[in-house]
Design a protein around this ligand. Sequence first.
Ligand code: MN
Length: 245
Amino acid sequence: MRILISNDDGYLAPGINALAEALAAVADIVVVAPDSNRSGASNSLSLDRPLSVSKAANGFYFVNGTPTDCVHIALTGMLDVRPDLVVSGINNGQNMGDDTLYSGTVAAATEAFLFGIPAIAFSQVHSGWAEVESAARVARDIVLRRFDGVDAPFLLNVNIPNLPYEQMGPLTATRLGRRHQSEPVIRGQDPRGREIFWIGAPGACRDAGEGTDFHATAQGRVSVTPLQVDLTHREQLALLRSSLE
Ligand code: MN
């Protein structure tokens, strides 16, 4: 099995190191990741400048671009052979509910999915890298399952509690929850007296009921959500059609 690994925290992050180490034991891996932390980059492509690829001493490739750039470049120009699977992460913190729209971790996996390759995004529920080795073992378990019953290609969003491997709850299929709208921006002044704005924290959970990613991980379970890319609102489409007639 050939696996392409990327992330949004950058190629030096402990999460991608742990993931690469865990997967190198069971697959041929190649790592192509951003040169710096690009969390929140979503599905952005860099179209205003050329990108360069460099190779680190440990064999990881790093790109001066976004997570989506990394996977796009790897799949369309860098790699001689198409990977069987693309994984992203392990992210420093959860990507649940509305987070998935902003996440560069999920975006890297989504880019592969758009190219018809099965893809999995991995995140730890809490940031700070506690139990990251344990999360990497869970990621390897999930990769080895191959999800034979699921239609390929799939796009899975996995959130892993920061627990020791032995205390980790079972894999649980979930849907995305929802958050309240995010906290307001922080207003301040830069050292030269100009007004600045910092994007605020994500909002608290609004829909975190049974069946959601929030609910599963709060119980110590590993949340696995199948994602799709089509954002069409089917019910409103019918209503819109009749209102436009
Ligand atoms: Mn991140």
